[in-house]
Write a protein that binds this ligand. Structure first.
Ligand code: ZN
Ligand code: ZN
Length: 324
C-alpha cells in the first residue's frame, strides 16, 4: 500500500496560528469525522533553540559541520554550533530573503496544543506526548484510543495505533534545524515508516523544493543513501571520516582549563594539516555539577592522534572520549 504525501508550502498557506494552516485544520476535521485520529509531529529537542526566518524558513548552518546553529543569548545574542562551538553573529536581517522577522519566536508544543484546541471543533480531545508525559507510556495506548489528536515532539516513528487516519508534520524546517549530523537520516526514516503504513501524510514547509523532501517523495532508498553519502563525504562525517569528541569535565573550572590547554597544545603538535580541530575555551557547559568544555576532531583517520592521547584519556577521570 502506498500513501499519499501532501506538501503544504507555508509561504502560500493561510495560517490560522503559527505553524497551523487552514488546510491542516480541515484535514484534522475530516479525519475526525471518519472516527480516526490525527498524529501530529512538532519537534523540539532539548534546549537547543533554532534560529529560523519566520518569512522564508531559512536557517543558518555551521560552515564546518553542516548542522543548524543554535541561538544563544549569553554571553551575548549569537549563533553557536553545538558540534564544533563555532560562533556566528546573530543575523539582523535574513541572509536569504532579507526579511526582518528573525527573532526566534518558535512556539512551544504547549502553545501549539492550546492554539489547536481553539481552532478545531469543540469536544475534540487532544493528547500531548513530550518529555513531560513520556514516562506514562504504559497507559499511552489506551489514552490514544480516546483522543482525536495526538501531538508529539519525539522523532523515531514509534507511535502506532490502528485508528490513526493521518500523520502531520507541522514544520519540516524545525525538524531539520535539530543540531545533529544524522538528522536528515532520522527524518527520512521517520517519514518512510509512516509512508509504508499507507497513511495519508502532510508536511508543512517553507522549502518545498528541499532535496531531502524530493528523496522522501521518491522513496528510493539507494538514491537517498547516495544523497547522504555526498553530504557526509563533503563534511567529513562517519562512515567517511572519523569524528572524535573529547570532553573535559570537573567540579573545578580551573582544572578543566588546565587540562584543555595541555590537550590543545599536544593535539596542535601531533595533528596532520588535514585534521579538523575545533574548541572554544569561552564556552562552558554544566552537567551534574561539573563544568565542561569539549574538543572536536575530524579526519579520515584519527587513530594516530588518539593513540598519542591515550595516557590522558585513560588515566584522567576528567577526560572522556566519544569516537565514531
Ligand atoms: Zn560546527
Ligand atoms: Zn528569510
Amino acid at each position: 500500500m502506498s500513501s499519499i504525501l501532501t506538501i503544504i508550502p507555508l509561504q502560500s498557506a493561510r495560517l490560522e496560528a503559527p505553524c497551523i494552516s487552514a488546510e491542516i485544520i480541515s484535514v484534522i476535521e475530516e479525519v475526525k469525522s471518519e472516527g480516526k485520529k490525527s498524529l501530529i509531529f512538532y519537534s523540539r529537542r532539548g534546549n537547543a533553540r533554532a534560529w529560523i526566518c519566520a518569512d522564508c524558513g531559512h536557517y543558518e548552518k555551521c560552515p564546518h559541520c553542516d548542522i543548524a546553529f543554535a541561538y544563544h543569548t549569553t554571553p551575548e545574542k549569537c549563533l553557536i554550533c553545538h558540534h564544533c562551538s563555532q560562533i556566528a553573529p546573530f543575523p539582523i536581517i535574513c541572509p536569504h530573503c532579507h526579511g526582518n522577522k528573525v527573532n526566534p519566536v518558535w512556539v512551544g508544543i504547549q502553545q501549539i496544543e492550546d492554539r489547536l484546541s481553539k481552532l478545531v471543533s469543540t469536544n475534540t480531545k487532544i493528547l500531548r506526548i513530550d518529555s513531560d508525559t513520556k514516562e506514562k507510556s504504559g497507559v499511552l495506548y489506551n489514552t490514544i484510543k480516546t483522543s482525536d489528536i495526538i501531538i508529539t515532539t519525539q522523532i523515531g516513528g514509534s507511535i502506532v495505533h490502528p485508528d490513526i487516519g493521518a500523520v502531520i508534520w507541522l514544520s519540516f524546517e524545525l525538524n531539520l534545524s535539530i543540531p545533529s549530523y544524522h538528522i536528515e537520516e532520522d527524518i527520512y526514516h521517520e517519514i518512510s515508516y509512516y509512508k509504508k503504513q499507507g497513511l495519508p501524510l502532510y508536511i508543512q514547509t517553507y522549502t518545498p523544493d528541499h532535496p531531502l523532501l524530493r528523496e522522501i517523495m521518491d522513496g528510493n532508498t539507494r538514491s537517498f543513501l547516495s544523497y547522504l553519502s555526498r553530504e557526509r563525504i563533503e563534511f567529513r562525517y562517519p562512515p567517511f571520516a572519523e569524528l572524535a569528541t573529547i570532553r573535559i569535565h570537573d567540579e573545578q573550572k580551573k582544572k578543566v582549563e588546565d587540562i584543555m590547554s595541555k590537550l590543545i597544545n599536544k593535539i596542535s603538535i601531533i595533528k596532520l594539516p588535514s585534521t579538523f580541530l575545533a574548541f572554544d575555551t569561552n564556552i562552558w557547559e554544566k552537567y551534574g555539577g561539573e563544568w565542561q568544555q569539549k574538543i572536536v576532531l575530524k579526519d579520515k583517520s584519527l587513530s594516530y592522534v588518539l593513540r598519542d592521547l591515550e595516557v590522558e584519556i585513560v588515566r584522567n577521570r576528567s577526560v572522556t572520549l566519544e569516537w565514531s
